[in-house]
Design a protein around this ligand. Structure first.
Ligand code: ATP
Length: 231
């Protein structure tokens, strides 16, 4: 998740209760079941009748239809163009994914999220008008590499390519020091936003607070400075 997607997420209608999901692979099914569990109306479609009936039998969606989403007429008849948000969850069939995305954008669907399976696929989806593209395999790979190389960073929110907010395990050499003594801003260029205490976060902690080994802290700053932390 990063702020470059902010425009898209802000444009989503808060009162939107309905979503259409095209493609019932693993990704599409997880989108359907999560939305359905949250109480939203979900219309799922797939070209494969078996996947459609499985989705209905397993109760991961309220409504499901068999259709070929490369056919604009089939999408229109199913009412897909009336949805505010459509998720094109066809990752492994690039041609079908591109044509489907083009179909829903040309018909005026305001918010189209599409799944990419490669960098070229991602670019093509943007070219045909996808408002937001997710590339889960790539994103999961980046996250894993980060965790493997910086295990002390528990969570990360990328503000832009250069700046982040991170939750990090308090370094050993910070143990027992107060926030004033640590001088994070002067020494590292970082601002401390919160520290954890008994599993709960204390926001804007007092500068006299002592940090403890094994607890976590949340800092904001540029990635170069975050990388200088002794973790
Ligand atoms: P995986 O399941 O491997 O994680 P995925 O979630 O990206 O990957 P895909 O393998 O891309 O899923 O399959 C998505 C679904 O899209 C399949 O169930 C497939 O039947 C469906 N599909 C493919 N072409 C069309 C089409 N033209 N119209 C509607 N559904 C389609």
């Amino acid at each position: 998740m990063n702020l470059s997607s902010l425009g898209f997420f802000r444009s989503l209608r808060k009162d939107n209760q309905q979503f259409a999901v095209i493609g019932l692979g693993r990704f599409g099914r997880s989108v359907c079941s999560t939305l359905h569990n949250f109480g939203y109306e979900v219309l799922a479609t797939d070209i494969d009748e078996k996947r459609v009936s499985e989705a209905l039998t397993e109760g991961i969606v309220g409504h499901a239809l068999q259709l070929d989403s490369t056919e604009p007429g089939a999408l229109k008849e199913a009412g897909i163009f009336e949805f505010d948000t459509v998720i094109v969850a066809i990752g492994n069939y690039v041609q079908e994914s591109i044509i489907t995305t083009l179909n829903v954008k040309e018909a005026g669907v305001p918010h189209v999220v599409a799944k990419a399976s490669s960098e070229v696929h991602r670019k093509l989806l943007r070219r045909v008008g996808a408002d937001h593209v997710v590339f889960p395999e790539y994103e999961a790979g980046c996250a894993l590499a980060r965790t493997l190389t910086k295990p002390a960073i528990l969570d990360r929110f990328d503000l832009d390519p250069d700046n982040s907010i991170v939750e990090v395990i308090v370094p050993d050499e910070f143990h027992g020091k107060t926030i004033t003594e640590l001088q994070l801003r002067n020494r590292y260029g970082l601002n401390l936003l919160a520290v954890s205490q008994d599993g709960k976060f204390q926001i804007n902690p007092d500068s006299t607070k002592r940090l403890e080994r094994g607890s976590a802290m949340v800092v904001i700053g540029c990635n170069k400075d975050i990388n200088r932390l002794p973790i």
